[in-house]
Design a binder for this molecule. Structure first.
Ligand code: GLN
Length: 611
């Protein structure tokens, strides 16, 4: 990197690929593989819990919720350790190693839990043949086995070949009891694997985004565009895994699916380790000397950081195991506590423009909440809506509900390049909307998406809703996501002081995780009464969805308008005038923004020894 800079804050002599620093592409591919493993494994997880380990629906949902929240919550610890001691590069490498171990361990499934029915003092084993909700169930007695089904209301078990198993053709479900025998070793392996993934994402996810930020000087107009390209990598990973890991896991066996996710993560780790020199020292530790300082006995600071990771693993394992005991208010309190902590940090530790910028970063961190709370209906209430009320026949092809999950990632991969190009092109003409305006549009679009679906519901009357409206809501939401999510990552790396950028990035993901939780609360309000998984009153259920979607739609659009109105205030807090303009400002700004070499947004510190 050279000291002189060309127009737009771009350093002269920088090694670029397609106009962006070449380091961006290592991060692109590492994060693509990490998300490949994350989303691939996540897609199988709830089915694995309910069908392989035979956890109840409620227990599985709580465990799944705790897992998906904890992966993001722990990024605040991984981010803070990188800021202070490890630097982002080492933190990402460590996180990737934990992830390879975690995903690899998921492939050890054992023979699964066994379920028994006890009827008139006799035990009969129930087994699922294959995987997925279409898999047939069999009952085995001493003399034979028969396929079984349950009556619509779930009141009776129907035995296909009663003579073969020596039982009546139908048995009332309250006439027998059930019990599950688990292989404790493999259940514990599952908990450990989940905990390793939580700690791995905790060390990797926020920090890899921070490194993307470090590739661009403070006045560099390519920053939002660079993040949009990076975001495309995220979604390419998710798209590829939804059509490979998911299908292989269901068709050939859980271990093959999880194993493939692990191999993907290994590819990410290797990519990162081999190409890390391309980062040109930008994500190095703030001080190599400090890392070598002894903390206790032979343990130095660097190893103490890694041991903290082990602490996270133990904590995460205990929490996932006992997720059903964690009260709901605790999650809300966590959000309040982190907010008070962030504002307290800005007010007590920072001053002047640096404080203002941090307050703007906190605004962005919180402003994502309404967006994700609506957007994340995709995996829950919107999936159920699609399953129950949408005509899913497209050109004679009956599309399975989970396939619609690929729409978001597909639209991102299609449209991200357009956005990346548009931000740079608009910036050149000085017409690029400011980040607070982009955010306002993002939240507005989340609401608009739902209102367009409500329009579709109304147009369909009593019949099924046309599938185009599902395409439309996912498309509108994806446009909103591209206005908000990559832009938020970009802004946090730019606005938070260098010495706290990892922590702030961690806070971004923490609230992203908490918004997922809020999404679950909203999804629950659409919940309709079912028996045996089927609706009892279809028309009332449909009206219920339309009502909730109308309400959240209008609220989000209203919030979007308020965000647009206050956007000039936020823009002022960002002090863009001192970030842009003078092309050499990327370097000048640094002296205001933090200690030299504090990881994050600094160019390499030449005086530091290379490892
Ligand atoms: N889909 C994005 C990712 O996986 C955003 C996740 C989030 O912030 N909730 O990185």
């Amino acid at each position: 990197m050279s000291d002189t800079a060309a127009a737009g804050g771009i350093p002269a002599g920088e090694k670029t690929i397609f106009g962006h620093p070449r380091g961006l592409y290592i991060l692109f591919f590492t994060e693509m593989w990490e998300r490949f493993s994350y989303y691939g494994m996540r897609g199988l997880l709830i089915l694995y819990l309910t069908q392989h380990f035979l956890f109840s629906d409620e227990r599985s949902a709580v465990m799944y919720g705790a897992y998906t929240a904890l992966v993001y919550v722990m990024t605040i610890i991984g981010g803070s350790l990188a800021d202070r001691y490890l630097g982002q590069r080492k933190a990402v490498a460590y996180g990737a190693i934990l992830l390879v171990m975690g995903h690899g361990l998921m492939a050890f499934e054992g023979s699964g839990s066994k379920q028994f029915i006890t009827y008139e003092g006799q035990d009969y084993q129930v087994t699922l043949e294959g995987r997925g909700s279409d898999a047939p169930r069999f009952l085995t007695s001493d003399i034979g086995r028969s396929q079984i089904k349950f009556s619509d209301g779930g009141e009776e078990m129907i035995i296909d070949d009663p003579d073969v198993v020596g039982l009546p053709a139908t048995i009332a479900t309250d006439a027998f009891t059930t019990r599950v025998e688990k292989q404790q070793l493999f259940v514990n392996t599952l908990y450990l694997a989940l905990a390793l993934i939580i700690a791995g994402v905790g060390f990797l996810k926020a920090n890899i985004s921070t490194i993307v930020g470090s590739l661009y000087g403070l006045g560099d107009t390519r920053r939002d565009s660079g993040f949009t390209i990076f975001y495309m990598g995220i979604n390419l990973g998710s798209l590829l895994s939804s059509v490979t890991v998911g299908i292989i896991g269901i068709r050939y066996g859980w271990n093959w699916g999880f194993g493939l996710a692990g191999v993907g993560m290994l590819a990410g780790l290797i990519t990162f380790l081999v190409f890390q020199p391309w980062l040109e020292g930008r994500a190095d530790p703030p001080s190599f000397e400090k890392l070598k300082e002894k903390v206790f006995g032979p343990i130095n600071v660097e190893w103490a950081c890694y041991l903290t990771g082990v602490g996270i693993i133990v904590f995460a394992m205990l929490t996932v195991m006992n997720a059903h005991l964690v009260p709901e208010w605790f999650v809300g309190m966590l959000g309040v506590f982190v907010f008070v902590f962030l504002v307290g940090y800005a007010v007590t530790k920072l001053a002047g423009e640096e404080r203002d910028r941090m307050l703007a970063a906190i605004y962005f961190i919180l402003a994502q909440i309404p967006f994700w709370a609506l957007f994340e209906q995709a995996g829950s209430s919107l999936t159920l809506f699609t399953d129950r009320f949408v005509d899913r026949d497209i050109f004679g092809w009956h599309v399975e509900t989970p396939v619609f999950q690929a729409l978001n990632a597909g639209f991102i991969v299609m449209f991200a390049p357009l956005f990346a190009w548009a931000w740079v092109a608009l910036a050149k003409r000085k017409m690029e909307p400011s980040a607070p305006v982009k955010f306002a549009f993002g939240v507005f679009l989340a609401g608009l998406g739902f209102l367009s679906l409500v329009g579709g519901i109304a147009a369909s009357g009593a019949g099924l809703t046309a599938v185009y409206f599902i395409f439309l809501i996912y498309w509108i939401h994806t446009m909103g996501e591209l206005m908000l999510s990559p832009v938020g990552l970009s802004q946090v790396t730019k606005l938070a002081p260098a010495r706290a950028v990892g922590m702030s990035m961690g806070a971004w993901f923490l609230y992203s995780g908490l918004s997922n939780y809020l999404a679950g609360v909203i999804a629950r309000t659409t919940g309709a009464e079912t028996i045996g998984g089927q609706l009892t009153d279809v028309a009332a259920a449909k009206a219920g969805y339309a009502e909730v979607y109308t309400n959240v739609g209008y609220v989000a659009m209203g919030v979007g308008v308020v965000m647009l109105l206050i956007s000039p205030i936020i823009k002022k807090l960002m002090h863009l005038d001192t970030l842009k303009g003078d092309p050499s400002h990327a370097l000048a700004g640094e002296s205001q923004l933090g200690q030299p070499g504090a990881g994050g947004i600094h160019p390499p510190q030449k005086e530091q020894p290379a490892e």
